[in-house]
Design a protein around this ligand. Sequence first.
Ligand code: 26Q
Length: 818
Amino acid sequence: TALDANDVDPEDAQGVANTVVHHITTSLARQAGNMDTLAAYQATALSVRDQLIKRWNETTTYHTSRAPKRIYYLSIEWLIGRSLDNAVLNLGMRNTYEDATRKLGFNFEDLLNEERDAALGNGGLGRLAACYIDSMATLCLPGWGYGLRYNYGIFKQLLSSTGEQLEAPDPWLDRENPWEIPRLDVAYPIRFYGHVESVPNSDKAVWQGGMECLAVAYDTPIPGYATKNCANIRLWSAKPVQGFDLNSFNAGNYEASVQASSEVGNITQVLYPNDNMYAGKLLRLQQQYLWTSASLQDILRRFLKLDKPWSQLSDFICIQMNDTHPTIAIAELMRILVDEEDVPYDQAWKITTKVFAYTNHTVLPEALEKWELSLFEKLLPRHLQLIYRINYEFMGQVAKRWPNDMDRMRRMSIIEEGTPKYVRMAHLAIVGSFKVNGVAELHSQLLQSTIFRDFVEFKGRDFFTNVTNGITPRRWVLQCNPELAELVTHTLGSDQWLTNAQLLRNLLPMAEDVNFRKAWDVIKKNNKRRLADVLEEELGILVNVDSIFACQIKRMHEYKRQTLNIFAIIHRYMQIKKATPEERKKMQPWTFIFAGKAAPGYYIAKLVIRLIVNVGKVINNDLDIGDLLNVCFIPDYSVSIAEVLIPAADVSVQISTAGTEASGTSNMKLAINGALLLGTVDEIAEDAGEDQCFMFGHLADQVQQVRFNNSYNPIPLDQRSPELAEVFKYIESGVFGDAHIYESLTKTVYEHDYYLVSNDFGSYLAAQKLVDDVWANRDEWTKKAILTAFAMGDFSSDRSVQDYADGIWGVESERVPE
Ligand code: 26Q
């Protein structure tokens, strides 16, 4: 029988089963008869991995022979989740593997559940990278992702008996990771600290001493859908150059001899758990430098094999920076060109500024990276020199255009003056890139009118652009909602929508088709039952599957306003308690579902979790209100939990303060699975048509003024929002635990209310009323759900990645021939 991946017939279940058994007896060194579910999963994964490696090799060979321009996507986070189901679906071998494992006595679903999530990311930004690499593979673009191989991914979230978030480590590599290929031979030296000696009469300098370590490559192949093309994510792991320092060892100083190696070992130990919040830690800068330097060395080595002059670098490579985290790459490329490759400074700058493009993901000031100058100088002395020179030339240009405009120079400088001084990474990213983009229409507009305004004047309008985020329909429909995928494929008569999501629009008329609506409702109900089972098993909460499932699933953050939602839930609870049996009969039942982690040091965000959990305890155990209301906080939100939650949602709760959420992507996943949007005004409303959405709240251009009033002309809370004042009194009466617990949370609203919770509260309640009304007319509801889902074609990550390819990268599809 054929055991070589090349000889496996993709339709032959018996043949595939043989390859699985082969891995049991060889790779896992076990008896074929002695197989538990975990071993069966591992052997199946290894069999699939053989398929991936085969395609990976074919892609590499083909692209090497064609020598096209390549795109490199630098992201410090890759939030992939599980890989087995996704891989067999993209390979078109889902059924074959299901049959093969059945032959071996296993249920494929059980095997899938043995896999641990690869959770090397916090939230939106890391998951975006994962969707984009899936689309790059599917579109057959010659592209790779680069990141860090953290030994510990995002922490595991536990809840204490009092509802407090506890953090436990995520040792995801404890079980062997079948999806990675260690490349211990691909390793690059990385230097930290040390000193710089200038070379007389030249731009060059010599950086030496300090601490040296190695960055070692681990590859994760990413298969495209319905193509042989396979992309790659190359993750770096830090490793000491030698186990220990021989000099100190021989001097009898054993401790010192292993010290350097333990500092190196720390670098790729753990993912920083902050989302949308900058942390100015030395270790974080070490991570950023190790990752970007290793990636650049790898990219340049590949370029050098082409034997082309440096002046043609940007004809062959483009580097997309996912946020400012890899911005040090700009200085690093300059260092390599000037110090190591003897390219004169001016020429090196010309080359460098044609290679990089930068994506901004936030306008929140607390998320913008700026490094304390002294820390930077200690760790990367040569890079700081180069940044000074870059800034000097840049300031010269600004002064030339706006003579004597000192304030403009102060605002635009890469160095922030003051005590202490800082390096502003966003400014370096803009100055060193050829293109900068935001991630949604409104966000890109805001960037240009607020934080990057001076740079728009300097660089011109065309320099800034928008590429609206997207999500992959393979994972977020086909994989997580197979029944819906089947209905779509069946109705359209083909699965082409999976690579051309615009075809979904052809199904818009089905909203008027009674039978289609029936089929739709059955699927939604099945997905809700599946979730209800999980809620009962895992949390012991019994929910009403006929209630409105309203999901707010995202990182816990003040600007995302989980507060608004939980305060409205308390308000609803109070209304139900007050209502007569007659009035209760007219009320619509809701189940509010929350999930999301708070950064471990983010006190207020953790307090919100505590409130949600404790409100849930009271409401879920109150027999008096029947099944009119339930509140669930699902702990340890992850990609795999999202895959169960999202298909079951009726309502997508997107209620950040207007203008604060750059794009959001859970909104897109929920909408394409037929959840109606309840949210502050954003661009999905434009696309799905405002008719399908429940919009409320102040608009982005009103926020500044309201904020100002809240701070400087404050109106007492009971006048700003009598309903919210009532809710706060209820909390203060101790219904949800000791009143003191939540004081610092309510205080933020009583006082400055920076996020406009009180100002939007009444309007949020009104929007929920509209939801009640539409839910009462189930036909209308289903129509809206169908119209929402099938208008989502624009939000496929294939569209986003194609926009990048055409508008920024200048790379073209290179499909591996059949
Ligand atoms: C920076 C410095 C030090 C430590 C951590 C960080 C850090 C880490 C993660 C800063 C920001 C992040 C993550 C940001 C993020 O996820 N932003 C989200 O990006 C999504 C994809 O574009 C958008 O949809 C969201 O609106 C945006 O909040």
